[in-house]
Every structure is written in structure tokens, then in C-alpha cells.
Design a protein around this ligand. Structure first.
Ligand code: GDP
Length: 477
């Protein structure tokens, strides 16, 4: 599908800063009439005409009601001429005072002067339709705005620069080339001019599928960056869950006490580990029995554990190991769990502590060592061992792949499912080609992969795709 850059005839306007009290509120316009509309409501302090203002000029002045001539706000006016603007159209920003009344007044004046209220994401949609960015980059704009951690921000900014798009485009081109090779032999098959080189086709498909597989392995990190990692801290009362939460957060948040069972509700906190947002949930102690309130807390811990991406199971190293501990271990999923022995300072800090703990874990798992149990000994009080715990957490989050935030990451659910689709189609094509099955079938699979990749960047569009992407944007973006 080839796109003619659409020429928008209307000029759109929206408040681009968060609505509400604030020092500055920015009202943005984009479209052919942007400067004309701005001129109708803005009087520069020095009678300097807006047209033909150079691009990137900034004027100081007042917003006036054109009907009464009354000055309504003091403002700066920024002019960015097409095509050197966010949308590639003429863009004008009015930097007014923040606050609901000021922003609404200016917005109303601009609409009266000829602008139309923008839909959510319409500025970025125009940037895409005018060819300034592709769809994966447009999504990264939404991700930058939503970023809750430095890592999420870094990955989104990389994506806006186009790292992921370049990689996807190269992969798609390679698949298109393979498709062309097959199609050429199909076209000529009657004349017996060329026969298909299945071997090099298999080679090409293998490397394309593997490259897609590598990209897919970033999906977990992408999801973690986008949504945060839900982490439950579970364990019996008084083992030091709240203290551990505080030590990880390095400030007081959860209530710490020596009376068992004080953490009756769940406490949630957001922390950042190597740039990845982590939601820590400190749950009530796991102890059967107890009063009604505590029982509710236990149920909540079980639920938190089921919903968690990561479970920190805390044990007290200074106490003897018993059946309840074994039971807790038995309920853990080793892929997502880290066994944390706390109060290491009490038992001395020799390396045997970890070995003894690991032996308990093994024993609780019926003598078998489940692959990949992660075990560490820490002291929430002295901070000993917390760095080991942090690196284990990173291991669980990245599936042992390590964090490479400068590499392209699949940042949205849409991208992840399309790359999965492309990966599966490439795999099916590879299977077909290895068996030298019919050319047509192989072509069909490759075409499906090409299409899925094209839908990530927007080289292939379906009618609802743009609405699906841009409707999730906030107003003014
Ligand atoms: P929770 O019920 O599991 O949340 O346990 P708390 O965090 O409330 O801690 C229970 C008690 O153990 C408190 O008196 C803490 O000061 C103490 N405690 C927690 N962590 C450590 C530790 O690493 N070393 C020592 N010596 N005491 C700790």
C-alpha cells in the first residue's frame, strides 16, 4: 500500500499540557490556518507581524478577545513552520498560564477563530500520516508520556529514534526478497528457466526466524518496562518482610513491629531496579489460624502470590526450619520465585548459610533440586546481601538474558503479538521449505510474516489500525 501524504485542510487545537493548576499551560495548534488563527487572538508586545515569522520563533504578548479587545492572558507564542514541526504542518503553541479557566478561555477563542478541537492522538497521527514517523515510533511517543521509570523512558526514546523500526524493516525486506526469489521461479516454471534453490531459501528463512526469535526474547523486558513487575513479598509473620521492603526502598513505608501478624493488609510500593519499574507488595504473614482479620490477610497473600510476576519468599534464618516453611516452599514456582533467608546478621555471615538454606529448599522439593531455584541470604537490618538479591531479581525479570536497554525492545502488546505472528509464520515457511513442500504454501506463510511486520511500522495498514493505536493517546498528543 503506497501512501500519498494526506493534505489536512483543517487546523486542530488542544491543550497539550496536563489539565489542571500549573504554572504554564500549552495550547497547541496544527494545520494550514494555525498562524492565521493565532494572529486573530494574539497581540505581540512589539508590533511585529507574525507572517512571515521564521520557523522556531518565539513572541511575547497577550491573548485578546477579538470581539472586545480585552486582554485575557499574558503568553508566549511559538511558531514552527511546515515541514519543520512535530506534524510537518504549521504548528503554533501558545504558552499561557496554567489552570483550567485560563486554558479553557484560550481554547474557546481559538475554536471561535477557526480551529477544530483535536481528537486524542491526532497530532501524532498527523506526524505519521505526513511521513515524519512510523507507527512503532508513534507508539513510542505514547510510551514516553506513560513512562514510569528511567529504563522505560530510555527504551521509548531509543524507539522514537527508530532503532526497532530499522530492524523490523530490514527483516521485512529480507522476507520480501525471499518471496521474490520463489515467485520468479514459479512464474518461469513452464519455461523451465530457473528452478528454486531450496537450500538457500531454507538458509534465508532460518536466519529470519532466528532474528525474530531474538527480538521476541525482549518481549518480557518490554512488558516489564511498560507495566512494571508485580512483586509479592511473602513469608510467615515476623520473618522481616516489612523490613526487607523498607531496605529495598531505602525508606520507611511499611510498619515494622515485633508483634507477629502486624502487617494485616497489603502495602504496595513502586521502586526502580536498573530502570525497570517494580511494584512491591508486602503481604500479611502466611500463618494458618489466627484471628479473622489475619485470616483475610493470609488469603490476600495467596492471591498476591498468584498474581505476581515475581515472588520474594522470606524465611527467618535465626529460627529452626519446620513444616510450615516446607509447605511454603512447596507452593512456590521456581521460575518466578526467589528464596530469601533474612536476619543473616544474627546467624553470622559465613557462606554456609546459603548452602544450608539451599539444602532446605532441596529437601522441601522431595529431595530433587528443581532447576534454577534462586536462593540468597540477606539482612534487612544491615543491608548485607541485598545486592545479590537485586541481581537475582534482575535475572528473573530478564529470564537470565540480562538487561540491554539500548537494544530495541518490543514495547507494546501490539508489537509483541505481531512479532509472535511473524515468528510463527516464518517458522511454518521454514518447515515447508525444509520439506520442499509446494512453493505456493511457502509463499503464503512468508507473505503472512511480511504482513505482520509491516503492520508494526505501518507499511501495511488495516482500516482500524490507526484508530486502535491513536485512540489510546491522551488529548493534545
Ligand atoms: P514481618 O512481620 O515479616 O513484616 O517482619 P518485620 O519486618 O515486622 O520484622 C519483624 C522483626 O524482625 C522486627 O523486630 C525487625 O526489627 C526484625 N528484623 C527484620 N529483619 C531483620 C534482620 O535482618 N536482622 C535482625 N537482626 N532483625 C531483623
Amino acid at each position: 500500500m503506497v501512501y500519498e501524504p494526506p493534505i489536512h485542510e483543517d487546523t486542530i487545537v488542544a491543550v497539550s499540557t496536563a489539565i489542571g493548576p500549573g504554572a504554564i499551560g500549552i495550547v497547541r495548534m496544527s494545520g494550514p490556518e494555525a498562524t492565521a488563527v493565532a494572529e486573530a487572538v494574539f497581540r505581540p508586545a512589539r508590533a511585529k507581524p507574525l507572517q512571515p515569522a521564521e520557523t522556531y520563533s518565539l513572541l511575547y504578548g497577550h491573548v485578546l478577545d477579538p470581539q472586545t479587545g480585552e486582554a485575557l492572558d499574558e503568553a508566549l507564542l511559538a511558531v514552527m513552520r511546515a515541514p519543520r514541526s512535530y506534524t510537518r504542518e504549521d504548528v503554533v503553541e501558545l504558552h499561557c498560564h496554567g489552570g483550567l479557566a485560563a486554558q479553557r478561555t484560550v481554547l474557546r477563542l481559538l475554536v471561535r477563530a477557526g480551529a477544530r478541537l483535536a481528537e486524542p492522538g491526532e497530532f501524532t497521527r498527523r506526524a505519521f500520516l505526513n511521513g515524519r514517523i512510523d507507527l512503532a515510533q508513534a507508539e513510542s511517543v505514547a510510551a514516553i508520556v506513560a513512562a514510569r521509570s528511567t529504563g522505560a523512558l530510555r527504551a521509548s526514546v531509543r524507539q522514537l529514534e527508530g532503532g526497532l523500526s530499522q530492524r523490523l524493516r530490514a527483516l521485512r525486506q529480507e522476507m520480501v526478497r525471499l518471496l521474490a526469489c520463489i515467485e520468479a521461479t514459479v512464474d518461469f516454471s513452464d519455461e523451465d528457466v530457473e528452478t528454486l534453490d531450496w537450500e538457500s531459501l531454507v538458509e534465508g528463512l532460518t536466519s529470519a526466524r532466528d532474528a525474530l526469535g531474538r527480538l521476541l526474547r525482549t518481549a518480557f523486558v518490554g512488558r516489564a518496562l511498560e507495566q512494571g513487575v508485580r512483586t509479592a513479598i511473602v513469608g510467615r509473620p515476623n520473618v522481616g518482610k516489612s523490613s526487607l521492603l523498607n531496605a529495598l526502598l531505602m525508606r520507611e513505608r511499611a510498619i515494622v513491629s515485633d508483634i507477629p501478624g502486624t502487617t494485616r493488609d497489603t502495602v504496595e510500593e513502586l521502586m526502580e531496579l536498573d530502570g525497570i519499574p517494580i511494584h512491591l507488595v508486602d503481604t500479611a504473614g502466611m500463618r494458618s489460624g489466627g484471628d479473622h482479620v489475619e485470616q483475610l490477610g493470609v488469603e490476600r497473600s495467596v492471591r498476591a502470590m498468584e498474581q505476581a510476576d515475581l515472588v520474594l519468599a522470606v524465611f527467618d534464618l535465626s529460627r529452626a526450619w519446620d513444616d510450615v516453611d516446607r509447605q511454603l516452599i512447596g507452593g512456590l514456582d521456581p521460575v518466578r520465585a526467589i528464596v530469601v533467608g533474612n536476619k543473616r546478621d544474627v546467624v553470622g555471615s559465613d557462606a554456609d548459610v546459603v548452602a544450608a538454606l539451599a539444602a532446605h529448599v532441596r529437601e522441601a522439593g522431595d529431595g530433587e533440586t528443581p532447576p534454577g531455584w534462586r536462593v540468597c541470604a540477606v539482612s534487612a537490618t544491615t543491608g548485607e546481601g541485598l545486592d545479590d538479591l537485586r541481581s537475582l531479581i534482575q535475572e528473573v525479570i530478564t529470564g537470565g538474558e540480562g538487561l540491554h536497554l539500548d537494544e530495541p525492545v518490543l514495547a507494546s502488546e501490539r508489537q509483541r503479538s505481531l512479532v509472535t505472528e511473524a515468528y510463527e509464520s516464518a517458522g511454518a515457511a521454514l518447515t515447508g521449505a525444509s520439506r520442499e513442500a509446494g512453493e505456493e504454501l511457502v509463499c503464503e506463510d512468508i507473505r503472512a510474516a511480511v504482513q505482520a511486520l509491516g503492520r508494526i511500522t505501518g507499511e501495511e495498514l488495516t482500516p482500524d489500525l490507526l484508530d486502535e493505536i491513536f485512540s489510546s493517546f491522551c488529548l493534545g498528543k
